[in-house]
Design a protein around this ligand. Structure first.
Ligand code: CMC
Length: 392
């Protein structure tokens, strides 16, 4: 049958019924399983939010403890997988390394990939939650020529991750509480965002009954693009560029408005939020606090503030309903914590992982799920006869 609905970018197409995340873009509302993001940001932890997203309810103290312990037990990587890291070029970007390693997990756990076996899916979920931070930290250390540290399971997920990135073998590592809290908060804010590009990729790949590792690996590639998760490192590059060029914020904004060779104000605009991004509001406050405490990057923070002020009072941005999004301030915090720019999107991926898992599981258990298979409107040549090459 002919296709009548043309919807590029799926602006108006629901891919699923979902009970996980609610967004009201006009009013800047975001809730995970009904709980407002502001409350979770203040009172919860990333591990607890992961539980909430995946299982649908806040855990009891015992459930949380058991979940946390299960994750701790699975942080080690298979020794053969560890060898992967030395096979990439020395300056490999950590996002494709992350995706490749996640893809490779499906070769290490071949006996537990059945998407319809609940126990196997549960094990894959815990393996992913536990191993992605280890993989991410190894990719980071490798890109800097630094030694890797084994996970220490006396630490929780976020502490362990900090230690894996910034600790050294045979040296005790002292956790900086400001850093731990900031990172935990950022992971919570990134944990799910309903049918964004990477999450719908995870669902689409999974709809062919591909396993969880394969689906998440595809999601990581989708997240890497500069219009999606890649925006967080693009923002920092933009701020640094404004600083280095000395052109001034106003001049840069003019170039954006003139749509000069596709210059965009990175970290601004959102497909769904047309008023404000509630995550950005929370992050802006954290950025001021963390950077204040660490006494870092004041100049880039100043440029960010100035950029925000100019854009929010300019008709170009106001009329298009462009506001700072989640990525506008995160890069500044990540940099203050000591992460290289290349790692920013990797941090987003660690945060988004419980959302991908929850959405994949919802998809696979939904009797309404069908293989994702969009249609098209054909605009090519009508039927024509083949011409032999010597006659062309
Ligand atoms: N700077 C300048 N102009 C913009 C921007 C921007 N950041 N975003 C949108 N516009 C303009 C766009 O040129 C268009 O103008 P016109 O109507 O004159 O052609 C209008 O606003 C509508 O834009 P759109 O591209 O149709 O909007 P979209 O919903 O397809 O795109 C977006 C949403 C997030 C991809 C886009 O706003 C953007 O590219 N932002 C910069 C990248 C970014 O920060 N991405 C992170 C998004 S939030 C977290 C995440 O998903 O990872």
């Amino acid at each position: 049958a002919d296709v009548t609905t043309f919807d590029p970018g799926y602006v108006n197409t629901a891919i699923a019924r979902s009970e996980i995340t609610y967004i009201d873009g006009d009013n800047g509302i975001l809730r995970y399983r009904g709980y407002p993001i502001e409350e979770l940001a203040e009172k919860s932890s990333f591990v607890e939010v992961s539980y909430l997203l995946i299982y649908g309810e806040l855990p009891t103290a015992e459930q949380l403890e058991a979940f946390d312990q299960r994750i701790r037990r699975h942080t080690l990587l298979h020794e053969d997988l560890r060898r992967f890291f030395s096979a990439f070029p020395y300056d490999a970007h950590p996002m494709p390394v992350l995706s490749s390693a996640v893809s490779a997990l499906s070769t290490f756990y071949q006996d537990a990939l059945d998407p319809f076996d609940e126990e196997q899916v549960e094990l894959s979920s815990v393996r992913l939650l536990a191993k992605l931070p280890t993989i991410a930290a190894y990719a980071n250390r490798k890109s800097q020529g630094l030694p890797t540290v084994f996970p220490d399971n006396s630490h929780g997920l976020v502490e362990n991750f900090l230690r894996l990135n910034f600790g050294f073998p045979s040296e005790p590592y002292e956790i900086d509480e400001t850093a731990r809290k900031a990172l935990d908060l950022l992971f919570i804010l990134h944990a799910d965002h309903e049918q964004n590009c990477s999450t719908s990729t995870v669902r689409l790949v999974g709809s062919s009954q591909a396993n969880l590792f394969a689906s998440v690996s595809a999601g990581i590639h989708a997240l890497a693009g500069p219009l999606h998760g890649g925006a967080n490192s693009a923002v920092l590059e933009m701020l640094q560029g404004i600083k280095d060029s000395g052109e001034g914020v106003q001049k840069f904004v003019e170039r954006v408005k003139n749509k000069e060779s596709g210059v965009r104000l990175m970290g601004f605009g959102h497909r769904v939020y047309k008023n404000y991004d509630p995550r950005a509001t929370i992050i802006k406050k954290t950025a001021d606090e963390v950077l204040g405490k660490m006494g870092k990057n004041d100049e880039l923070l100043d440029i960010a503030h100035e950029l925000e002020q100019i854009a929010l009072s300019d008709d170009y941005f106001v009329s298009r309903k462009l506001y700072p999004n989640v990525d506008f301030y995160t890069g500044l915090i990540y940099q203050a914590l000591g992460f290289p720019t290349k790692m920013f999107t990797v941090l987003f991926a660690i945060g988004r992982l419980p959302g991908w898992i929850a959405q994949w599981r919802e998809m696979i258990n939904d009797p309404e799920t069908k293989i994702g298979r969009p249609r098209q409107i054909y605009t090519g040549a009508p039927e024509r006869a083949y011409i032999p090459v010597e006659e062309r």
